[in-house]
Design a protein around this ligand. Structure first.
Ligand code: DGL
Length: 269
């Protein structure tokens, strides 16, 4: 594996650009190839088998591009397809996902605390957060709630209005999340409403953003595996999507925080 080889990052759609942007900031020497499976969005309501089938196709695309690492930048795909992708890709590339770095972070920093996790149905119903956290630290209490309305709400640009506040109040006020000390944003889209989520509480609460934690984890991982691109190379990031609409173009800028040129690439023909 070449140190200068690109890093492949994928998500069900555009939301994973929050992770891609954190990686770009943390690792400015790396070449990034992003793939948003917008043709199959959302993954959060799909079955595990369906998400696995999509993930394998996307991994093939990254392997053709000779990526050294594939980052599963989607919580739902991380919950459904991480183990399968590791087996499928084997020694051809390394696999990183957005859940493992967060779990490690919680296990080391949240002892004797109650941690809330919100995410899609796929992520929450998989039970992966409580199971993996408790496997590392039994002194963390984990409370989880599926919050499926948040993704379409954010995609519609409902971030700071009354409807958004009502939906957030309804979810965070659920008894399932009572008494939490910190809140995990277990979905790519949620960093966009980080302040609104934190603002629900009238006491300070730690909001844990997987995009930043994953980028830090990836940097350490590359260094430990002697895969860091040390020399400066002209950044030539590419952003592919399996379906391209004006609305995806608009959201891309919102999620990446700077202009992005999306290229159409169909994997399913
Ligand atoms: N990217 C997904 C996640 O992080 C959210 C959007 C979807 O459901 O596809 O879980």
């Amino acid at each position: 594996m070449q140190k200068t080889a690109p890093i492949g990052i994928f998500d069900s759609g555009i939301g994973g650009l929050t992770v891609a942007h954190a990686i770009k900031n943390e690792l400015p020497n790396e070449q990034l190839i992003y793939f948003g499976d917008t043709a199959h969005l959302p993954y959060g309501d799909k079955s595990t088998a369906t998400i696995q089938a999509y993930a394998v196709k996307i991994a093939d695309f990254f392997l053709q591009q000779k990526c050294k690492v594939i980052v599963i930048a989607c919580n739902s795909a991380s919950a459904a397809a991480n183990e399968l992708l590791k087996e499928y890709v084997a020694s051809r590339a390394k696999i990183i996902n957005v859940i493992e770095p967060m779990v490690n972070y919680i296990a080391t920093t949240q002892t004797n605390k109650t941690v809330g996790v919100i995410g899609t149905k796929q992520t929450i119903n998989s039970g992966i957060y409580p199971q993996s956290i408790l496997a590392q630290n039994t002194h963390v209490k984990v409370k989880a709630l599926a919050t499926p309305l948040l993704v379409p709400m954010i995609e519609e640009g409902f971030l700071h209005n009354r409807i958004a506040h009502d939906v957030i109040d309804k979810y965070l006020g659920n008894t399932a999340l009572q008494g939490i000390d910190s809140l995990v944003l277990g979905c790519t889209h949620y960093p966009l409403i980080k302040d609104e989520l934190a603002g629900y509480y009238n006491h300070p609460i730690q909001v844990l953003d997987s995009s930043i934690i994953t980028a830090t984890f990836l940097k350490q991982f590359l260094a430990a595996n002697n895969l860091l691109a040390t020399a400066e190379q002209p950044a030539h990031h590419r952003f592919f999507v399996s379906d391209l609409t004006d609305s995806f173009k608009h959201s891309a800028k919102l999620f990446f925080g700077e202009p992005v040129v999306l290229e159409m690439h169909r994997l399913w023909e």
